[in-house]
Design a protein around this ligand. Structure first.
Ligand code: NI
Length: 169
C-alpha cells in the first residue's frame, strides 16, 4: 500500500524516533509499504517519520528498484564508522523540488537490523554512504536543510510558506 509522504514542516519530521522492538508481521508489512511508497516517487531512501510513523526505521535502495538485492531495511541503525568527505547535491521526498549541497563522509559503515530482527553491517560508498547519513538523520529529526547555512535554510522555509499559502504544498 502506498502511504502518503509527509512534508516539511510537519512536526513528526523533527522528532526523535522510538526504537523498533517488535519484528512481527506488522513490521514486515510496514517495510513493504515503505518500499512501495518510495519506488512510487523514485526515491532512493525513505524513513518511517516521512510516512508519519515515529519509529527508528528506514529503507534504502540506491538502484530505485532495479536490483532486488540492493534493498536495505535499516531498523535501529547506527553509524559505526565513517571516513573521507563528499560534497554533493541532496534532496528529500519531504521537501520536493528543493536541493542543496551537503557535506557527508565518503565512506560510512552502518550496523542495523533487518525486518526480521537479524543484524547486519555494511560499508557504503558515495551515494550509499550519503543515503545512510540522510536516512539516519531523519530518525533523529534532522533534515538535509539543517546542514545548510542559515541563510539558505531560511530561504527554503520562506519558499515553502509561499507554496503553502498558494495551496501548492
Ligand atoms: Ni529525506
Amino acid at each position: 500500500m502506498i502511504r502518503k509522504i509527509v512534508k516539511f514542516p510537519e512536526p513528526v519530521l523533527a522528532q526523535q524516533t522510538q526504537p523498533v522492538e517488535k519484528f512481527d508481521e506488522e513490521l514486515g508489512k510496514l517495510v513493504e509499504d515503505m518500499f512501495e511508497s518510495m519506488y512510487a516517487v523514485e526515491g532512493v531512501g525513505l524513513a518511517a517519520p516521512q510516512i508519519g510513523i515515529s519509529l527508528r526505521l528506514a529503507v534504502i535502495d540506491v538502484t530505485v528498484g532495479k536490483n532486488p538485492e540492493a534493498r536495505l531495511v535499516l531498523a535501529n541503525p547506527e553509524i559505526t564508522h565513517s571516513e573521507g568527505e563528499q560534497r554533493e547535491e541532496e534532496g528529500c521526498l519531504s521537501l520536493p523540488g528543493f536541493r542543496g549541497l551537503v557535506l557527508r563522509p565518503k565512506f560510512v559503515t552502518v550496523r542495523a537490523q533487518d525486518a526480521t530482527g537479524k543484524e547486519w553491517e555494511m560499508r557504503g560508498e558515495d551515494l550509499l554512504a550519503r543515503a545512510f547519513c540522510h536516512e539516519i538523520d531523519h530518525l533523529y529529526g534532522t533534515l538535509f536543510i539543517n546542514h545548510l547555512s542559515m541563510l539558505k535554510r531560511d530561504l527554503i522555509r520562506r519558499r515553502v510558506r509561499k507554496l503553502q499559502k498558494a495551496g501548492d504544498w
